[in-house]
Design a protein around this ligand. Sequence first.
Ligand code: 1YM
Length: 641
Amino acid sequence: MNNENHYDASDIQVLEGLEAVRKRPGMYIGTTDVKGLHHLVWEIVDNSIDESLAGYCNNIEVIINKGNSITVKDDGRGIPVDIHPKTKKSTVETVYTVLHAGGKFGGGGYKVSGGLHGVGASVVNALSKWLEVTVYKNGNINFMRFEDGGHPVEPLKVIGECDINRTGTTVTFKPDSEIFDTDIYDYNTLKVRIRELAFLNKGLKITLRDDRDEEDTTGETFVYEGGISEYVKFINQEKTPIHEDVIHLEGSEENVMFEVALQYTNGYNDNIYSFVNNINTHDGGTHEEGVRRALTRVINNYAKKSGILKEKDESLTSDDVKEGLTMIISCKHPNPQFEGQTKGRLGNSEVRKLADNVFSEGFEQFLLENPDEARAIVEKAMLACRARNAAKKAREITRKSDLAISNFFGKLSDCKSKDPKVSEIFIVEGDSAGGSAKKGRDSMTQAILPLRGKILNVEKARLDRALSNEEIRAIITAFGTGIGDEFNLDKLRYDKIIIMTDADVDGAHIRVLLLTLFYRFFKPIVEAGHIYAAQPPLFRIMHGKTRKYVLTEEEKDEYLASLPENIRARAEIARMKGLGEMDAEELNETTMDIEKRVLRKITVDDCVAADAIFEKLMGDEVEPRRKFIEENATFVENLDI
Ligand code: 1YM
């Protein structure tokens, strides 16, 4: 409604716009699941971050309120409250009701909203049951409320006075439960991203508070004066760095800001993450290419000049120089071009040069000024190079002919189908469970690989050592993808790789070892969603001719409660001790049959978090592992990363 309290043509147009968002929310926020629900928070927070990038906002507060509404507060200039010449409405109302208004009306600067769904405040309003905006500006408190998908209750109005120096915007919204599958916010999801935003915007203070639980009223505050350097330290906190200081380099050209922070550890994994305008560019792009190119070149030059690398030695590759490297690359660009299917790649070609220049100058200087550290870095890369060559030789054994050999020795019972789309492989703990699984399977589509010995803990091993482990070789051979620089996802012989282990501590241990192996050497398989955990039942309940299997204690109680009194009294309850104790028929019925089984997909949603868990569980340091297992004793049994 406009100020004269009647609808005109432009009101109808605006409401049609918001209605379009409600009809096809996926087009604007991706999904309406729990991810989409959280996406709403980022749309609002992005506006506060933009205000901070423009240099006007230092504090942001995010509150999960009782009833799962969200409040976002900032101390920026406050959204303009004057009447907008085009819409004849307040700018606040315009920003919250006209699609894409934020960008059009705002002036210049870096906008976080360059991402996949950077569509702004009006979309959040359209998908909310109600939304309230309060703007502190010019000594006034201005307020406006919208209901049922963005309908203004009344125009923006002054509801009080405030200190003339106080400015800022506060927005509270309640997602519409008719649109979203769930309305419950997850504290940890918000925390992980808020912490990341604080790392990426040095000095910006962001507080997260959960008011659903009355006891917690202070919340957690994230502020990092060191920015991405502190992000690197954070990722490396359980690791062992080989040089003390994080290297932090930055530079800019024509409004494009580029910075990078890095530190080498003694591990074999790399953790390289790049961002553009705070958005993770998971497929890299020109900023990452510039850095990688410069890193390889500078290390090789230094290694040769200093005589550590001899004339006869082969040059170090970009894979060699990234072993053990933790690195954050952050670029702020006024006009980023995101490319690729998931828009996860920066395309602006001028950034490659900027990144290369800033990195090579700064990094070369670091090496020259710190010869001890430089030597440690170069020698580490040379060891990686040697291991790569050793692995190449060891890998020959896992080539085609090996498949015939492992079949011959009865290790892998392959399926008859050669069509990867319908084929699956069960990796089974122990020979006896392997035997039942072989008998109980559908041999057309289901392959069985029993693990006899313990698989090697690859967190502490390079590729060449991993390849000397027989169980690991059998797995690689079965997968068909190859490993290391020969890896090819298209050659994967199975659509589903199903880890089938007992529901006890040993089973959990083997599961973690396998997940570590997959995460380190077959990450694309994990990312493509091919890895699953089978869920063998924990209880069998028998009454009359009925056999019921359940996965958890709660399910058992629930099922028993659903039975009539007389039947419940006679029901026989057995705790299933292990896969090996089930006969083939039982195993098939409960755990393998495509129609009846329950599988849990293993994902790497948050690589940093997953890596930290692996590090804690498998790394050198005993104390964090003990603490982690203590704190997560029940979780470890159901470890699902
Ligand atoms: C809790 C959400 O939206 N903060 C916010 C938004 C804006 C401004 C300041 C702002 C921007 C500009 C000038 C400008 C926005 N303004 C607009 C528009 N926090 C939150 N803080 N003055 C104030 O970009 O020039 C859109 S967002 F379009 F009105 F300028």
